[in-house]
Design a protein around this ligand. Structure first.
Ligand code: EPU
Length: 457
C-alpha cells in the first residue's frame, strides 16, 4: 500500500473473504444521469421532479452547487424536488467550496449563461484515471459565443452577445462534451448540429428529460444530434434510468466470488454488451422484465470460467467503467485474457494492488487484441493481459478511484483471508448507494475498525 497516501485510518473496511455473495440488491438511478438531470433543472422556469435518486455523495455535491445558485432542492425518499425560479449568481468563495469534488460543475456553464449571462466554474475533481482535459467543452462554449477567462480562482464565463447555435464535430465522442453541447444548445438562438456525439443510454435519458422540458432534439444516425434552440423550457418530471455501472459491478462480484446475485432494477437494454461479455466468460444470467420487481440474476455456473479478449469503447461498446470489475472476474478464468482500454489512458492503476493479492496481470503500451487506439501511439500502459486462474489472497489495499475501488472490494471478497481496504468513504460512497448494507445483505463478512464504530455512535 502507498505510504504517501493521506487516507485516514478509520476510512477502512475489513473484509473476511472467501464467502460467495448470495441474495438481492436494488440499484436506483444512474449516477451519471442523475447529476446531469439535476443540472438540466436549472434551465426550467418551473420546478422539476426527479425520481429514483440514489443516496450518493455526487448527488450531495450537485445539490450544494444548485443551492448556492438559488435553486431550492428538497429530497423526499428517493425523489428530488428542484425549484429554479429564483436562480441567482453565486460568489466565487461559495462555489469554490465544491472545487475538486466532481466533474459536474463544468456542465453548469450553458444553463448559467442562459439564466444569468455569466458563470463561474471551480477547479474540477472526479476520478484520477487520466488527464481528463476539458478542451472540447471550452472550445464548444466559445463557438456558442461564450467568453472564457481563467484566473487563479477558476474559470469565469460570460456571453455578452448571447449564445448562438453551432455546427460542431467532437474529436472523440466524449460523454461530458456531448452533454455540454446539449445543455447549451437547447436554449441557444438557432440550430446546433453536433457530429461524432456520444450516445450512451444516460445521454439519451438526458435528451428525454430535455424533450419533456420543451426542447427539440433529433438524434440522427452516425452520431449526429441536431438541436433546435427554443426560448423557454419548463420543469420536468422523470424517473432516472437505472445505474448500469453499479449493476455490472454486482454481477462481476457474483462471478468472482462464485455466488448468485439478483440485481433488482438492472435493465437488459442498457447492458446488452455487458451481458454478451458475461456469457462469453461463462457467467450465467436470467432477465426478469417485470416493470416493478424486475431485474437480472447473475450467477457463477459452477464450472471453469473462460478467458476472453476485450476492449473498452464508447457506447454501444464495452463501457470503460465495466472494465475494472470484469478484470477481477477474469483473474478467475482458465487461461489468458486481454483487456484493451481505449477510452482513458490511465485506467489500470488498480491492477498493482491486484498483483499483490496474487493476480497475474501484465500491462502493455501496445494496443493488444484489437483496433489501434490513440493511447498506443502515445506509449500509455493501456492494455492488460490477465493469466488465470489465480488464487487471490488477502492484502491491505488502498483505493485509487471509484470504480477501481469497487473492484478492490470484489477482489477482497473473492480472496482467502482478511483484507483491509482503505478509502471506502472517500471513493465508494461517491457512486455506490448503501454499499455496506448491500454487502452485508449478500452475506459478505465485513466490519469497520472499532475506532470508526465508536465515532459513529
Ligand atoms: N476528453 C478530452 N477532452 C474533453 C473531454 C473529454 O480529451 O474536453 C477525453 C477524455 O480525456 C477521455 C475521453 O475523452 O479520454 C472520454 O471522456 P468523457 O468526456 O466521455 O468522460 P466524462 O464525461 O468526463 C463520463 C463519466 C465517467 C465515464 C465516462 C466514459 C460522468 C460524471 N462521468 O466522464 O464515469 O467513465 O463518461 O463513459 O458522467 C465514473 O462514473 O466512475 C466515471 C469515471
Amino acid at each position: 500500500m502507498s505510504s504517501t497516501d493521506a487516507t485516514p485510518a478509520e476510512d477502512m473496511l475489513i473484509i473476511h473473504g472467501g464467502t460467495p455473495l448470495e441474495g438481492e440488491v436494488h440499484v436506483r438511478g444512474a449516477k451519471n444521469l442523475v447529476s446531469k438531470a439535476m443540472v438540466a433543472a436549472l434551465l426550467g422556469t418551473s420546478p422539476s421532479v426527479l425520481r429514483s435518486v440514489p443516496a450518493i455523495r455526487d448527488v450531495e455535491v450537485v445539490t450544494g452547487l444548485l443551492r448556492v445558485h438559488g435553486v431550492d432542492v428538497e429530497l423526499d425518499g428517493d425523489t428530488l424536488y428542484m425549484d429554479p425560479t429564483s436562480v441567482e449568481s453565486a460568489g466565487v468563495e461559495e462555489i469554490n467550496v465544491h472545487a475538486g469534488t466532481s466533474r459536474i460543475p463544468i456542465l453548469l456553464c450553458g444553463p448559467l449563461l442562459h439564466r444569468l449571462g455569466r458563470a463561474f466554474i471551480p477547479d474540477l475533481g472526479g476520478c484520477n484515471i487520466g488527464g481528463r482535459p476539458i478542451d472540447f467543452h471550452l472550445d464548444a462554449l466559445r463557438k456558442f459565443g461564450a467568453v472564457v477567462d481563467k484566473d487563479a480562482d477558476g474559470t469565469h464565463l460570460s456571453a455578452p452577445n448571447g449564445l448562438h447555435g453551432i455546427r460542431y464535430e467532437l474529436e472523440f465522442p466524449s460523454v461530458g462534451a456531448t452533454e455540454q453541447v446539449l445543455l447549451t444548445a437547447v436554449m441557444a438562438k438557432g440550430t446546433t448540429e453536433l457530429r461524432n456525439a456520444a450516445i450512451e443510454p444516460e445521454i439519451i435519458d438526458l435528451i428525454c428529460i430535455l424533450q419533456k422540458m420543451g426542447a427539440i432534439i433529433k438524434v440522427h444516425t452516425n452520431r449526429v444530434i441536431e438541436i433546435v434552440g427554443v426560448d423557454e423550457l419548463k420543469g420536468y418530471s422523470h424517473r432516472a434510468l437505472p445505474d448500469r455501472i453499479e449493476a455490472a459491478s454486482w454481477a462481476s462480484a457474483a462471478l468472482a466470488t462464485q455466488g448468485s446475485v439478483f440485481v433488482r432494477g438492472a435493465q437488459q437494454t442498457d447492458m446488452m454488451t455487458f451481458l454478451n461479455v458475461f456469457r462469453s466468460i461463462g457467467g450465467a444470467y436470467e432477465v426478469n422484465d417485470d416493470p416493478n420487481e424486475g431485474g437480472i440474476r447473475f450467477w457463477h455456473p459452477g464450472t471453469a470460467l473462460k478467458p476472453v479478449a476485450l476492449e473498452t469503447d464508447v457506447h454501444p461498446g464495452l463501457m470503460t467503467d465495466w472494465q475494472q470489475p470484469i478484470v477481477v472476474a477474469l483473474t478467475q478464468a482458465d487461461g489468458l485474457s486481454i483487456m484493451h482500454e481505449t477510452v482513458y489512458e490511465n485506467r489500470f492503476g488498480y491492477t498493482s494492488e491486484l498483483r499483490r493479492m496474487g493476480a497475474n496481470i501484465e500491462l502493455y503500451s501496445d494496443c493488444l487484441g484489437g483496433t489501434p487506439c490513440r493511447w498506443g501511439r502515445r506509449n500509455f500502459l493501456h492494455s492488460a493481459v490477465i493469466a488465470g486462474p489465480s488464487k487471490l489472497h488477502a492484502a491491505d489495499l488502498q483505493i485509487p478511484d471509484l470504480r477501481a475501488g469497487f473492484s478492490h472490494l470484489i477482489a477482497a471478497m473473492a480472496a482467502e483471508g482478511t483484507s483491509r481496504v482503505y478509502g471506502v468513504d472517500r471513493y465508494i460512497t461517491r457512486g455506490y448507494e448503501n454499499f455496506e448494507a448491500k454487502l452485508l445483505g449478500l452475506g459478505a463478512k465485513i466490519e469497520r475498525p472499532t475506532s470508526t464504530l465508536a465515532n459513529r455512535r
